[in-house]
Design a binder for this molecule. Structure first.
Ligand SMILES: Cc1ncc(COP(=O)(O)O)c(C=O)c1O
Length: 399
């Protein structure tokens, strides 16, 4: 446990992610499979190494502003949503300020706020409530010390959508206590034509962040941005002089090309996600060893393992089945795990088959003593699909 007074200098989650996303069957990624460069109509003449990029590269500023329906002076280009979040937090949080962050959430939001010296307070989005954004929870936790309310939309890890009515109520709460609302919208475009416009439009207290990373398979471009009212946007640009100063110009040029072709890229992503969601929901439907919600949009789901250890499941899945999922402990919900569905459909089908096998294996293992007080060893009856034709295992006597 990190004490509030300690300055966080690293991210356990990011270290885990960087060393586990290379599994042969990767369900740990939250984004779309990478789009190969060959899919973009790029000619060498379109690229240049150095260009007029100081407080933004004008063609990219204009393209991002057009995409978001805002004026270019509200756009601050950044290296991925990661740097966009860092900039937004660094500009609005001073050491000792309170950051009120959803629970569960993307770990980097918490560790970045802690790195900046903020006191982190949490408000709950509960599994039982479909991870819904409940403004009453936020109101209960907010105080006059709160400077920033932070959430993800779609929600990482569950893909739950926070609707405008709830977000507006957050804006009202923030106004009352003199805070702002930071909405990380890196998964919002996964709603495609049904996506609501950015929460930036809901009021001056809203700051939003996004990138082309997750929904479009363009992680390598690192094309991210913050939307903020112009005075704050200027502050962010000046703050960025202390961090990245200027980005790689070739990446800016490539980002402009990607933005010109975003509709085609989105059409591919949409088709893939729709197919993969059907597959995932069919997998969930066949299981009675998981608590789950159907995935209606988004790229990730966050089921709960009814019995047994998720850490043991993850380890077995990786070692025996070369498949990775994200353990729920990185979201402070150790009985859950996150499944990403942005990979190719055949890969997802195989990975889910392997997950089934690993779930079967761990269901046949005795419970660890710690999991069942007073009844330390027993056998679980496996999931519906796998138990056909099998005899029910005998319960071992408690030791
Ligand atoms: C909620 C959220 N924000 C930001 C990021 C990082 O995005 P990017 O790759 O654009 O820096 C992630 C990555 O998983 C994420 O889940």
């Amino acid at each position: 446990m990190i004490k509030q007074t300690e300055r966080v200098m690293s991210s356990a989650y990011m270290q885990w992610a960087k060393t586990h996303l290379q599994a042969r069957f990767n369900l740990a990624s939250s984004g779309l499979e990478p789009l190969p460069l060959a899919e973009l109509p790029v000619k060498i003449d379109n690229l240049e190494l150095t260009g007029p990029s100081f407080y933004g590269y004008e063609p990219l500023q204009k393209a991002l502003a057009k995409k978001c329906g805002v004026s270019p002076d509200c756009v601050v280009a950044a290296t991925g949503t990661s740097m966009a979040n860092h900039l937004a937090m660094a500009a609005t949080l001073r050491p000792g300020d309170e950051a009120l962050i959803e629970q569960p959430t993307y770990e980097l939001l918490v560790s970045t706020a802690q790195y900046l010296g903020a006191k982190v307070k949490r408000f709950t989005r509960s599994f039982e409530d479909g991870f819904r954004l409940d403004p009453n929870e936020v109101a209960r936790a907010a105080s006059t010390r709160t400077r920033l309310i932070i959430l993800t939309n779609l929600h990482n890890p569950s893909s739950a959508l926070a609707r405008n009515e709830a977000l507006k109520q957050l804006g009202k709460i923030a106004r009352e206590v003199g805070a702002r609302v930071l909405v990380d919208e890196v998964y919002l475009d996964a709603l495609f034509d049904d996506a609501p416009s950015t929460a930036f439009h809901l009021g001056e207290e809203f700051i939003t962040t996004n990138s082309l990373t997750k929904v479009y398979g363009l992680s390598g471009l690192r094309c991210g941005w913050v939307l903020a009212e112009p005075a704050l946007a200027k502050k962010l640009w000046y703050l960025n002089d202390l961090f990245g100063v200027i980005p790689a110009h070739a990446a800016e040029r490539l980002s402009c090309i990607a933005l010109e072709h975003l509709d085609e890229i989105a059409a591919h992503a949409r088709r893939l996600l729709e197919t993969n969601r059907r597959l995932l929901n069919a997998f969930f439907n066949a299981r009675d060893d998981l608590d789950w919600m159907p995935l209606n949009f988004g790229t990730v789901a966050f089921p709960r393992l009814k019995n047994g250890s998720v850490d043991a499941l993850c380890a077995l899945l990786l070692e025996k089945y070369e498949t990775s999922i994200v353990p729920g402990k990185f979201f402070d919900m150790p009985q859950h795990f996150r499944i990403g569905i942005g990979c190719e459909t055949a890969m997802l089908a195989e990975a889910l088959a392997r997950l089934s096998k690993a779930l079967f294996d761990i269901s046949a293992r005795p419970y660890p003593r710690s999991a069942r007080a007073g009844n330390s060893f027993s056998l679980r009856w496996p999931a519906k699909r796998e138990r056909r034709g099998q005899k029910r295992p005998q319960r071992e006597r408690s030791k």
